[in-house]
Design a protein around this ligand. Structure first.
Ligand code: ADP
Ligand code: MG
Length: 706
């Protein structure tokens, strides 16, 4: 390996992060201590301290070549937003400029971000919105074509303190789960843990295509997914040649992604090819929930940016290619104390671990009672093509426990007592040179939307481009709710052990319907789930109302995570996002079909007709094949044209409607259906049209020729 190809991971890791070690080194002891008090106990940061931190942060950033700073925030669009300010202050009398950055500028920003959706929480004429520093997530320097920018993770609130972003409620939900978890720990005699933080590891799936081909796909450019496209011949995905060429380009890309992420302190750990051709995955090591959420945004941005440098394009859409596996984001979630206890760790003998059993059954109860809310937290226009569309995972929420825990709960439910835990056994591979090793007591289940995987739950419904914030806001809050209820009972119990035992048994019994250890993709499960009364919410429009149902409002308000007004506004925004997204897709289809595809097909027909005429002059019986292709083309052209007309009408109707549920329903029931009609005719045309004439790269070109 040449010198310049060597990567010294430990040397570059966190190089561009204003992290704890930088702060300890650069900040005066008193200031460093004050900041830590804020981080650990939520104490308010005074302006004097903030001034010192801001100054040091600026000096550090300028040493690293930064010219600008930005309050990096996550509005309700699910993406990140930023407004850049340079460090230069007003020029001095001698014409030189000073670089300045005050504590006030660090703590508070006021972007004129009035065009971000607020769902009626603020009107543009009173558009004050503030960004406030989240000092529990490190500031970092991002290097890109705009130069180096100091990014300060912030929360975004309205003038009256309502959350206009994903971060504010996420931090609130972390406070709720912290408080209620500490109550549980205390009940079991823990006096040492001071904080409980949800740990989150987000596995990110994505597609990579060649940028030049991407640029020829207007649907990918406008809608982020292909709106047309016939499947390539089956079996192509097994082609070794394609696989070979793909590897070297992707390898170089992944290498650069890792370097960038490591510099930003993101623990990029695992990378591999996914099931679908052109699909890959990246997983970092888990981190505190808000940091993991920020890091996931950094991961998505970095994938896009580095892909661009490699003349590639990264697609984060949940379903970029029909008929090919979509992309998700697995949200691994557990609860960790500041002194390193994982509350979801069952230990070797789960049946004896009473705190674990309480935690587990509380989570089961929470997920069962709020399955609709959890489902809604993963709802996204793109995700509708995965959830509820014969793909992983199904839209029905269920929990996978695995044989060991299931057995413990069964003992409890049936016999009233659990007196043993199934142990792992020796795995014999049958190959003498491979050492036998102990298997886990429980196998994995890849089809479950909410699976227990050793010492964490893996929520697999989240869409690939969605923020991790929402699912974790919901998870933290519903579990906080269940913990609070249990703690209320246990704290006043006359006999703790008996009350505890009865509570665990009660939760396990009453909520066993949500547990399913079988194949989540089978039709049998759909019927079984219906029999059990589990919700099967197939699309975003039907998922949205769960956010501001009476039950959800009561829960969120109880823990101060959302007010009713905030929830109502989110519901409005979600409907609007749904309608707007499909409107863009519909308009893109209309544009592509009428300006590119249909003209190309007509050119093809003309060529075919000319060919028929020419060969018939040689012999009248010649040209039957051309004639039949021409006939079929003509037939499909008529169909496509009619579908195009219909889509145009439906889109016009939708566009003229007032934003809200009714509009979203129109887009789902009429516009989407019209889009499907147009696509069906066009995809059939693609099969019989000369490839040289077809106006854009095919699925085969996009998926296999990277
Ligand atoms: P998989 O087989 O699903 O890829 P891994 O064990 O590789 O499972 O973990 C996947 C993700 O789960 C990683 O991001 C990892 O950091 C995260 N993870 C592991 N342990 C925990 C935990 N206790 N809490 C939260 N996330 C975790
Ligand atoms: Mg996983």
């Amino acid at each position: 390996m040449t010198e310049e190809n060597k990567i010294n991971v430990s040397a570059i890791f966190g190089e561009n992060v204003f992290n704890d070690s930088v702060m300890r080194e650069r900040l005066p002891k008193k200031v460093y201590k004050k900041l830590h008090e804020t981080i650990e106990n939520g104490a308010e940061l005074d302006l004097e301290t903030a001034d010192v931190i801001a100054h040091e942060m600026k000096e550090w950033a300028i040493e690293k070549g930064a010219t600008h700073y930005t309050h990096w925030f996550q509005p309700m669009t699910g993406m990140t937003a930023e407004k850049h300010d340079s460090f230069i202050a007003a020029p001095m009398e001698d014409g030189r400029v000073l670089m300045s950055f005050s504590g006030k500028e660090l703590i508070k920003g006021e972007p004129d971000a009035s065009s971000f959706p607020s769902g009626g929480l603020r009107s543009t004429f009173e558009a004050r919105g503030y960004t406030a520093w989240d000092c529990t997530s490190n500031a970092f320097i991002r290097e890109d074509s705009a130069g180096a920018t100091l990014c300060i993770p912030t929360a975004f609130c309205s003038y009256t303190g309502e959350a206009l972003d994903q971060k504010t409620p996420l931090l609130r939900s972390m406070e709720a789960i912290n408080k209620e978890s500490l109550r549980i720990l205390k009940l079991f005699g823990n006096t040492t843990s001071k904080r409980v933080i949800p740990s989150v590891g987000g596995e990110q799936e994505y597609f990579i295509v060649d940028r030049q081909k991407y640029l020829k796909r207007k649907d990918l450019i406008f809608a982020g997914r292909t709106l047309f496209g016939a499947m390539p011949p089956k079996g192509q995905e097994m082609d070794d040649h394609y696989f070979g060429t793909l590897r070297s380009r992707i390898g170089a890309f992944m290498r650069d992604v890792n370097i960038e992420l490591w510099k930003l302190g993101v623990t990029s750990k695992t990378q591999h090819n996914e099931v679908a051709p052109g699909q890959h995955e990246l997983a970092p090591i888990y981190a505190p929930c808000n940091v993991a959420t920020d890091h996931n945004q950094i991961i998505m941005e970095t994938l896009k940016r580095v892909a661009y440098r490699h003349d590639l394009h990264c697609i984060l859409h949940e379903k970029p290619f029909a008929g090919v596996n979509g992309s998700g984001k697995h949200n691994n979630w557990s609860l960790t104390t500041d002194d390193g206890i994982n509350m979801l760790d069952p230990g070797k003998k789960p049946h004896e671990n009473k705190m674990f059993l309480l935690v587990l059954t509380c989570i089961i109860k929470a997920v069962d009672e709020h399955a609709d809310l959890l489902r809604a937290s993963a709802a996204d226009v793109g995700n509708d093509h995965r959830l509820g569309a014969d793909e992983a995972p199904p839209a029905i929420l269920s929990i996978f426990l695995g044989s060991q825990l299931q057995d413990v709960l069964d003992q409890l439910i049936n016999a009233g007592e659990a007196d043993h835990s199934i142990k792992g056994s020796v795995l014999d591979t049958g190959v003498s040179t491979i050492p036998d090793f102990m298997k886990d007591a429980t196998d994995r289940n890849r089809t479950s939307p909410f699976a227990f995987t050793g010492n964490k739950f893996e929520f697999r419904m989240v869409g690939s481009k969605d923020s991790l914030a929402e699912p974790n806001i919901v998870l933290n809050t519903i579990v906080a709710g269940a913990f609070a209820e249990a703690a209320d009972e246990l704290e006043k119990a006359a006999d703790f052990d008996i009350t505890l035992h009865n509570l665990i048994k009660k939760y396990a019994t009453e909520h066993q319907r949500i547990i399913f250890n079988g194949d989540g993709y089978s039709d049998g499960w759909v019927r079984e789930a219906e029999r059990r009364g589990l919700p099967n919410v197939k699309n975003m429009v039907d998922a949205i109302p769960a956010f501001n149902s009476e039950k959800s409002v009561a829960l969120f308000e109880r823990f101060g995570v959302f007010t009713k007004a905030e929830l109502d506004s989110r519901v409005e925004i979600e409907y609007e996002i749904y309608a707007k997204t499909i409107n863009i897709e519909a308009k893109s289809m209309i544009d592509i079909a009428s300006k590119h595809i249909l003209p190309a097909v007509i050119r093809n027909s003309t060529r075919l007709a000319d060919s028929v005429n020419q060969v018939k002059q040689v012999n009248a019986s010649y040209g039957t094949v051309q004639e039949s292709v021409l006939n079929e083309t003509d037939h499909l052209l008529v169909k496509a044209n009619a579908a195009l007309k219909r889509l145009t009408i439906e889109e016009e109707v939708g566009k003229s409607m007032a934003p809200g549920r009714e509009q979203a329903v129109h887009y789902r029931d009429h516009v989407l259906t019209a889009m499907e009609g147009l696509r069906a005719a066009v995809d059939q045309l693609e099969f019989i049209t000369d490839k040289d004439i077809w106006p854009m790269p095919s699925y085969g070109d996009l998926l296999f020729e990277v």
